[in-house]
Design a protein around this ligand. Structure first.
Ligand code: G16
Length: 530
């Protein structure tokens, strides 16, 4: 390794002294202005991982659901999976090494991981900076497309930060290919295709669209031939890359699925008052989407790895079908197929602590499907799901399947609805969610909270869990937990109870407990406005 060159280039991407970051739930995320050194160093790390695994490694510059001023980076392992846990630790050490420690930390990683420095390295990367060129707002089939030509930026910091990654790759002699504008799941797909030499699919966006659309058409052709008219869906794309990619996918789908794209980035800001996270957390429709009663709608998040569905009924009430409802739909469908085929394969659903209690109850008691609880982060759910012949996993926030892919999940949901001839209200009626509320609390240092039991109980700070238990005991059908976010500088609070008012009050009381016992900053949390 040419340490002289590494150290010289590192000075051009100098680490702010004392700054400490952590490879969190899905990589590093913080204000973009603090990420230059981390990007450079993740370029270095990607080269080392590539040499060690003798495979292509992916680097994604994105902060997904976070606001526009944030950015982030994560590494993608050879099979398109999230980075191995041991390498997450290396990533954190490398990002936090002061300039004079860099050589030692790099040497240490190479020694521990037996990296053959003479080996080749190949890295593929992408960011989600500019989107919205020739945006299509509606596709029915390849013969019916409306175009207009806005140009806008989603995360203005991304281009420069991607350059820092490639500087890191180049200084260690790695080669790279920039895929340009793709969704996060598309980059995961490319990495997998490259390392499986085409067996999984062709490593191009066209290959991705072909693979997904062929599967969709094959799966639905019989059901579609019996339908009177096409299926239609409104998609809120969170003003993110998903809008551009859905439009591209439209060219590969026949006229059986009509998709209307909203929040395509021409008017609003990325993830602002829209997108899957907003809809799930606020339990209301995004701004920028006019829903007719009964109309089937869904929201992606900014990098199109999450999806939630929703509709309003004739009385104007909003109904959310989140990741739990999606997991239930998919697992019910698969279970029925297994029963029909007389198969005895092992089958389970993996959820997190955020899963609505009603969903777990329905799966276990009505569907007789085993349910497992994993820590937040698709990487945790994924590994649990791999223990079964068939594992279905979704986080309540709409993040599921291989690494989370809103487009492929959307097609799967549409296919199942077509095959089962189900409307969204019928799907929604499988079970009724317990009223719930999610809140965020600002604390001085969220690492003060440590959890156990798949994040369902707080071990530190002392007294917090006891206080939460006491509060929960005052409510009916109640459950609550707190955990430090791995993507934002907040503590997350989740509560569910028999009524919305009780869920809101429970969440508020637990937030106050966090504020008082875990070093809250600013004003104490206010009661939830109904
Ligand atoms: C990422 C992870 C998800 C996780 C979410 C929130 O999503 O990939 O698995 O649920 O962050 O994590 P936390 O509660 O720790 O902030 P995304 O869509 O932002 O990449």
């Amino acid at each position: 390794m040419d340490f002289e060159a590494v150290i010289k280039y590192s000075k051009l991407h100098a680490k702010p002294p004392g700054l400490s970051l952590q490879y969190g739930t899905a990589g590093f995320r913080t204000k973009a202005e603090n990420l230059d050194h981390t990007m450079f160093r993740m370029g270095l790390l990607a080269v080392l991982r590539s040499k060690q695994t003798k495979s292509t490694i992916g680097v994604m510059v994105t902060a997904s659901h976070n606001p526009e001023e944030d950015n982030g980076v994560k590494l993608i392992d050879p099979l398109g999976e999230m980075l191995a846990a041991a390498w997450e630790e290396h990533a954190t050490r490398l990002a936090n090494a002061e300039e004079e420690e860099l050589q030692r930390v790099l040497t240490d990683i190479c020694r521990k991981e037996a990296v053959d420095l003479l080996g080749n390295a190949f890295v593929i990367l992408t960011c989600q900076q500019l989107i919205g060129i020739n945006m299509c707002v509606l596709f029915v089939s390849c013969f019916n497309i409306y175009f207009y030509t806005p140009v806008f930026a989603s995360r203005p910091s991304s281009k420069k930060l991607s350059q820092s990654v490639t500087d890191g790759v180049s200084v260690l002699g790695g080669q790279y290919h920039d895929y340009g504008l793709v969704t996060t799941p598309q980059l995961h797909y490319m990495v997998c295709c490259r390392n499986t030499h085409g067996n999984y699919g062709i490593a191009t966006v066209e290959g991705y669209y072909e693979k997904l659309s062929n599967a969709f058409v094959e799966l639905t052709k019989q059901a579609m031939s019996q339908r009177d008219g096409h299926m239609s869906l409104r998609v809120d794309c969170a003003n993110g890359i998903g809008a551009l990619k859905l439009k591209e996918l439209g060219r590969y789908l026949p006229g059986c699925l009509m998709v209307h794209i909203d929040n395509d980035g021409t008017k609003g800001k990325l993830n602002h008052l829209c997108g899957a996270d907003f809809v799930k957390v606020h339990q209301k429709p995004p701004v920028g989407l006019e829903m007719k009663p009964g109309e089937r709608c869904c929201s992606f998040d900014g990098d199109a790895d999450r999806i939630v569905y929703y509709y309003t009924d004739a009385a104007g009430h909003f109904h959310l079908l989140d990741g739990d409802k999606i997991a239930t739909l998919i697992s019910t469908f698969l279970k029925e197929l297994l029963v029909k085929a007389g198969q005895t394969l092992t089958f389970a659903v993996v959820q997190t602590a955020y899963a609505n209690g009603s969903s777990t109850c329905y799966l276990e008691e009505t569907m007789k499907v085993p349910v497992h609880c994993a820590k937040t982060g698709v990487k945790h759910l994924h590994h649990k799901a791999q223990e079964f012949d068939i594992g279905v996993y979704f986080e309540a926030n709409g993040h599921g399947t291989t690494v989370g892919d809103a487009i492929s999940d959307m097609l799967l949901i549409e296919a199942i609805l077509a095959l089962k001839n189900l409307t969204v209200p019928q799907w929604d009626g499988m079970y009724t969610d317990l009223p719930n509320r999610q809140l965020k609390v600002k604390v001085a240092d969220r690492r003060i909270i440590d959890t156990t039991d798949a994040e369902r109980r707080a071990v530190t700070p002392p007294g917090l869990q006891k206080k939460i238990d006491d509060i929960v005991n005052k409510f009916q059908l109640a459950r609550a937990f707190v955990r430090p976010s791995g993507t934002e500088d907040v503590v997350r609070v989740y509560a569910e109870a028999d009524t919305q008012e009780n869920a809101d009050n429970l969440a508020h009381e637990v937030s106050l407990a966090v504020y008082h016992l875990a070093g809250g900053v600013g004003e104490p949390p206010k009661a939830v406005a109904s």
